[in-house]
Design a protein around this ligand. Structure first.
Ligand SMILES: NC(=O)c1ccc[n+]([C@@H]2O[C@H](COP(=O)([O-])OP(=O)(O)OC[C@H]3O[C@@H](n4cnc5c(N)ncnc54)[C@H](O)[C@@H]3O)[C@@H](O)[C@H]2O)c1
Length: 277
């Protein structure tokens, strides 16, 4: 656990000025991009991850911007660890105003219903769904202590549309995140809390780039992508930032696809190159 100095306040337009944020899964990919985006807009950020070195690397990047940041190392599938993470965030940052529930994983054995081992199912639900419940369990009282706040949950387009490349446990977990987001949004609306979910399409994080560097795997998926490319972690982070900010003060219970039009598509013309005009 570590702390840094003052946020210079000169990094962005101050869309999260004065806010204290917890970003989970902040050690890489979308979480690191979100931590950077939140910090640029003036937030003090607790970077939470199960991988200590990765979380510290994100904290170092935030401090290089002049932002206030701390690392919070936790396994968010564990209740005590998650309670400690939220309490530590509140103590180090002096309160909690916003949470980006982003930690997640894709299990290598997660496939169709008939051939996914129960162990892969349980591990997938623990990280992608139970963690969101546990963080909310402890973050809701903290957000209420701060007088209100906003939670953004990272789901996926697989919670909105079916994929013929199955990952049954991941899909079920993300569907649960979406359903939970709606219930939380309604339950806590009059207490000054907002809950929204983003539903990213395939995004160019390390894992996905490695997987799709296989030409055959890419060729199978590209025909379903109107823009013909992966999203960038920064493009997903921008949507989370918006929903976390007061600009979204009347958005509650929303599921925002951030997918280059994948969930809008009926038929895609895959003969055109991206940006062909
Ligand atoms: N990359 C995509 O194409 C894509 C698409 C849709 C949704 N998402 C979602 O976005 C989120 C981030 O994905 P990413 O692609 O950046 O992946 P990533 O692997 O780069 O980041 C996930 C982070 O979560 C952390 N984490 C895993 N288990 C944890 C635990 N038990 N406790 C605390 N931290 C834990 C990991 O250490 C890692 O740093 C995930 O929820 C993922 O499901 C990703």
């Amino acid at each position: 656990m570590s702390e840094s100095g003052q946020n210079g306040g000169l990094l962005g337009r101050g869309r999260l000025a004065g806010k204290r944020a917890l970003v989970t899964g902040a050690g890489g990919g979308i979480g690191r991009a979100a931590a950077l985006a939140f910090a640029r807009e003036g937030a003090a950020v607790a970077c939470c991850d199960v991988r200590a070195e990765a979380a510290e690397a994100t904290v170092a990047a935030l401090r290089a911007l002049g932002a206030t940041a701390c690392s919070v190392i936790a396994d968010l599938t564990d209740e005590d660890s998650t309670r400690d993470a939220v309490e530590t965030t509140e103590r180090l940052l002096g309160g909690l105003d916003t949470v980006f529930n982003n930690a997640g994983l894709v299990h290598p054995d997660d496939q169709g219903a008939a051939n996914t081992p129960l162990s892969a199912w349980n591990a997938t639900l623990a990280v992608n769904l139970t963690s969101v419940f546990l963080v909310c369990k402890f973050a809701v009282p903290a957000l209420l202590r701060a007088g209100g706040g906003a939670v953004v949950n990272n789901a996926s387009i697989v919670a909105l549309v079916g994929s013929a490349f199955p990952q049954i446990a991941y899909t079920a977990a993300k569907g649960g995140v979406v359903a939970m987001t709606r219930e939380l949004a309604v339950t806590h609306a009059r207490q000054g809390l907002r809950f929204n979910a983003i539903c990213p399409g395939p995004t160019g994080t390390e894992l996905v780039r490695t997987f799709l560097s296989d030409e055959a795997a890419w060729a199978k998926r590209r025909p379903y992508m109107p823009q013909g490319r992966l999203g960038e972690p920064e493009e997903i982070a921008a949507a989370a930032l918006f929903l976390a900010s007061d600009e979204a003060s009347y958005l509650n219970g929303v599921l925002l696809p951030v997918d280059g039009g994948i969930t809008a598509a009926y038929v895609v013309d895959d003969s055109q190159e991206p940006n062909a005009g």
